[in-house]
Design a protein around this ligand. Structure first.
Ligand code: NAP
Length: 351
């Protein structure tokens, strides 16, 4: 692979790692953002995370919004490959579902159309396990890439609908004549933890932040497929060129841990520093009450007592190594949150 790789939504938590790993691998990277003013801070955030700081000279930023055609033709011009990472990741249910669904679905089609017209060879689309295991019966099932969420299921969240509809629309586009032979692979991450590049917190940081900040009195019965952001980025980079990746989805997560496992890791490391990390079990009604006034808690209700189990064989083969474990990703995210002032100890220990 040579030339330029476009990374959409380069300001985001995951995309920053994709950009950094592409630059480290020697590629030229063009990012997109909704605001041109984001460029200076983004460059400053990226530099300390690059193996060679001068690699930042191969990074540029252009402006494009998923809600408009403007800028996409220029964004993809001269690019051989695209990572389409941008998509709204809300902290709660939107008032109007189209706030999420339109940028996700129409925005993905905008990027794919522009890419195919510009002769891009392959697009890696950041989908999610939100497109794999929601709105369906999870009992006794280990999910694989053959599984799809049901976007029409009663009670499915708007975010999960948006990711399912966007990925479906993308595969339909790729199978059609407009794609002109362009290839696609999807990366379907679970709940992403791991270090931040820069100080901006995202929705993904909320579970660890809430535990460190003791905003939860105890841990609800939630079992997720977690994944380290550095592995998500590595999977994007590998899927751009691996011959086996084209035409395939890749569930990208480890199988599977409860929020109490995350809390136990945090408690061991952070209680001695004065953080009051809750490790007890919150009864189901506790989360339901919390959901009345906390939008993030409300989004988790579909997962309450409904564990996510996944088979990650394909992504492990793609990377040629195991994924990082829960401890590494949890402590890396906690360290970033503390470093950037998103959490502080409740009480200082006497020395
Ligand atoms: P994030 O930090 O909130 O990043 C989202 C990115 O999308 C931001 O760069 C944002 O740009 C951009 N975006 C949102 N709406 C847009 C619009 N209308 N036009 C252009 N750009 C827009 O979240 P993230 O965790 O990195 O998520 C990145 C991708 O990973 C998303 O596709 C998400 O669905 C997927 N994913 C995330 C997780 C997770 O646990 N974090 C798990 C599975 C999949 P602004 O900076 O301008 O807002």
């Amino acid at each position: 692979m040579s030339d330029t790789v476009l990374v959409t939504g380069a300001t985001g938590y995951i995309a920053r790692h994709v950009v950094a790993q592409l630059l480290d691998a020697g590629h030229t990277v063009r990012g997109t953002a909704r605001r041109a003013e984001a460029e200076q801070a983004l460059r400053a955030d990226l530099v300390p995370h690059l193996a060679d700081p001068s690699a930042i000279d191969r990074f540029s930023l252009v402006v494009a919004d998923l809600g408009s055609d403007d800028g996409w033709a220029a964004a993809v011009a001269g690019c051989s490959h695209v990572c389409h990472v941008a998509s709204p990741l809300p902290a709660g249910e939107p008032k109007n579902p189209d706030e999420l669904i339109r940028p996700a679905v129409d925005g993905t089609l905008r990027v794919l159309r522009a890419a195919a017209s510009a002769g891009v060879q392959r697009v890696v689309l950041t989908s999610s396990i939100a497109a794999v295991l929601y709105g369906v019966d999870r009992r006794g099932k280990v999910f694989t890439e053959a599984d799809w969420s049901n976007p029409d299921a009663k009670g499915i969240g708007t975010y999960e609908r948006s990711k399912t509809l966007a990925e479906r629309a993308a595969w339909e586009f790729i199978a059609g004549p407009e794609a002109a032979g362009m290839e696609m692979a999807t990366i379907n991450p679970g709940l992403v933890l791991g270090p931040m590049i820069g100080s901006e917190a995202s929705t993904s940081n909320e579970s660890v932040r809430k535990l460190l900040a003791h905003e939860l009195p105890a841990c609800p019965d939630l079992t997720y497929a977690f994944v380290d952001v550095r592995d998500v980025a590595a999977a994007h980079v590998a899927a751009l060129t691996a011959p086996s990746a084209a035409g395939n989805r890749h569930i990208c997560a480890i199988d599977s841990h409860s929020l109490r496992d995350v809390a136990a890791i945090l408690a061991r490391e952070y209680r001695p520093k004065g953080y009051n990390v809750p490790t007890g079990k919150l009864p189901g009604w506790g989360l339901k009450v919390a959901a009345l006034f906390d939008k993030t808690a409300a989004m988790a209700l579909n997962d309450l007592g409904n564990p996510q189990r996944i088979d990650n064989t394909r992504v492990v083969q793609l990377l040629g190594r195991p994924l990082r474990d829960l401890e590494e990703m949890t402590l890396a995210m906690a360290a970033s949150l503390e470093q950037h002032g998103h959490v502080q100890p409740k009480k200082r220990r006497r020395s």
